[in-house]
Design a protein around this ligand. Sequence first.
Ligand code: AMP
Ligand code: ZN
Ligand code: FE
Ligand code: FE
Length: 269
Amino acid sequence: MFRADLHCHSNFSDGEYSPKELLERAKEAGLSAIVITDHDSIAAYSELGENLPVLLGRGIELSCDHREIPVHILGYDFEFPSKVLSDHCARHQEMRKERLEEIYNNLIKMKMHLPPLDLEEEKKSFGRPHLAELLVEKGYAKDVQHAFKLFLREGCPAYVKGPSFSVEAGIDLIHRAGGKAFLAHPHLQKRKNLLRELIALPIDGIECYYAKIPSHQEQHWVRIAEDKGLLISGGSDFHGMSKPMSPFGSSWVDEERFWKIFSKDRVYV
Ligand code: AMP
Ligand code: ZN
Ligand code: FE
Ligand code: FE
């Protein structure tokens, strides 16, 4: 059976595995296709070989906000290379680093003994999970989730908001790069009014299937997407061991849904 996991992260952002390793693991997991959706990065697409183990569609997960609330927008099937996208990513990766340095400095002010923050690696889109790893390494938290709960999530004393980038601008950016924009994991958004506003924006689709959420929740989003004439995506949000509750391939779309989103000449084989 054709199963395509349209949401996972490589080590170009906060995933554990390289794009090549992800493709191999996808094959082992019995998937037919995947899409790597790194946070504000398309670097995974710059160094692919030929004869990939499974099909690979193009993707990105943009960090946006709406009324000051973080919202993730998935961009699929864009042109590559894309100047508008790579310019955006370069700018945002810089701002991500500045934000992490601020959070890191707050943790130091809280008298925590952490190793120096190394954000030098080129082409990498750093995020809070990188700080979580330092906190775990130094024994301040038992795992990444615990580090988020204690120190890194919104509302914690060290927390600093990410750079401001509106959902409208995110959708427009994906469209200018010739891609399709999807609202990611809407079930994580608890404010109903906000969701109504988001769905009314010019998105192309909704991520209805996600990790291991209950199927009645998935069906709720499928009905909304179908009502609005929107495309349907789904994926595990696999990161490796830092998110054990999202195993690779735990959510997916079938062949028909895959080819409604991705074009033959933009999929790597
Ligand atoms: P950032 O983009 O720096 O704001 O970091 C957001 C990323 O951190 C998310 O995409 C997840 O990969 C990860 N994350 C957020 N909350 C948690 C959590 N509670 N436990 C583990 N990882 C999380
Ligand atoms: Zn992530
Ligand atoms: Fe996300
Ligand atoms: Fe994600």
